[in-house]
Design a protein around this ligand. Structure first.
Ligand code: GLN
Length: 294
């Protein structure tokens, strides 16, 4: 492309205004993050070195990233990584981008696992594992937990294996590329089943930000007409896969708590409860195979 070398300060201003023209939210920060990534430096260094020139080669690499972002590709796909539960995770196009909301599910799962009156190793099934964040961060935080992470997407399971390795828990995270409904035909029991399924109502997909609607896998988002298709199909299959005292935890859309608890109750689960996220919206449903005192 042969751009003229430019100083960091002016380059950031150009990139920011280009992103603003394309309607990118948080344009300044996006421009800064992509420049840190391109130069391999920290945010602080960008400012300390604001009058340094960026050479032509790195300028080209930077503008390629800026153009991808202007096309509304998620920033995490461009940077190739994100943080979840303060752990580093690789992120790749084709696999659902981790959301901070899902940390609520991991925190709840950790709390429940630590409180279970079981004097044996804990086993966790992470259904629809995507980039692997739930199972990998649980394995990282609960040292006596072993995890089976499954997803129907081979891109997702390859990324989960990579992330398990990156976070030093690959010895305790078994990754399986399989359809959840086929996998659940096989006998296996777990202390906990955790799952962030697709739960967006089909009719709402068109109203999602371009980043999500044009770049993320719909398979991870589309929950059917009322958003509950996956829960409806999978919940009746779970009871027999839980050890006595076992627990199931789902991420949910903020209006779905009562419906998901009702489905769990019909399938024999008890003590269903909803946990809100940091903005006060219902985000996680927890239910048990039998009462804690029973
Ligand atoms: N919380 C996600 C979003 O709003 C949806 C996640 C899902 O369907 N599992 O994009």
């Amino acid at each position: 492309m042969n751009r003229k070398p430019e100083r960091i300060r002016e380059l950031l201003a150009h990139a920011e205004s280009h992103l603003v023209q394309h309607g990118v939210p948080n344009a300044r920060r996006n421009a800064e993050w992509m420049l840190c990534h391109t130069l391999g430096c920290s945010m602080l260094e960008l400012y300390v070195e604001s009058t340094s020139q960026v050479d032509a080669e790195r300028l080209d690499a930077y503008w390629q990233r800026i153009e991808r972002r202007a096309g509304r590709e998620p920033l995490q796909y461009i940077l190739g990584s994100t943080e979840f539960m303060s752990l580093p995770f690789a992120v790749r196009p084709g696999v659902f981008v981790p959301r901070p909301d899902t940390e609520i599910l991991v925190e709840q799962a950790e709390r429940v696992l630590r409180g279970l009156p079981l004097h044996r190793a804990l086993s966790v099934l992470d259904l629809c594992c995507g980039s692997g964040i739930i199972g990998v961060s649980l394995a990282q935080r609960v040292a006596n937990a072993t995890v089976v992470s499954i997803d129907v997407s081979a891109d997702a399971t390859a990324l989960t294996s990579y992330n398990a390795h990156k976070n030093d828990v690959s010895a305790r995270v078994r990754v399986v590329c399989a359809d959840a409904f086929e996998f659940l035909k096989l006998p296996s029991t777990f202390t906990a089943i955790v799952c962030n399924p697709p739960y967006i109502e089909t009719g709402e997909l068109a109203g999602l930000p371009r980043e999500v609607r044009e770049h993320e896998p719909m398979l991870a988002l589309d929950g059917g007409r009322d958003g509950l298709d996956f829960y409806r199909r999978v919940i009746p299959l779970l009871f027999g896969h839980l050890a006595p005292g076992g627990v199931v935890m789902f991420e949910i859309g903020d209006t779905q708590g009562a419906a998901v608890i009702a489905l769990l109750r019909e399938a024999g689960f008890v003590d269903g409860s909803v946990t809100p996220d940091l903005s006060g919206r219902d985000r996680v449903v927890t239910a048990y195979r039998e009462r804690a005192d029973g």
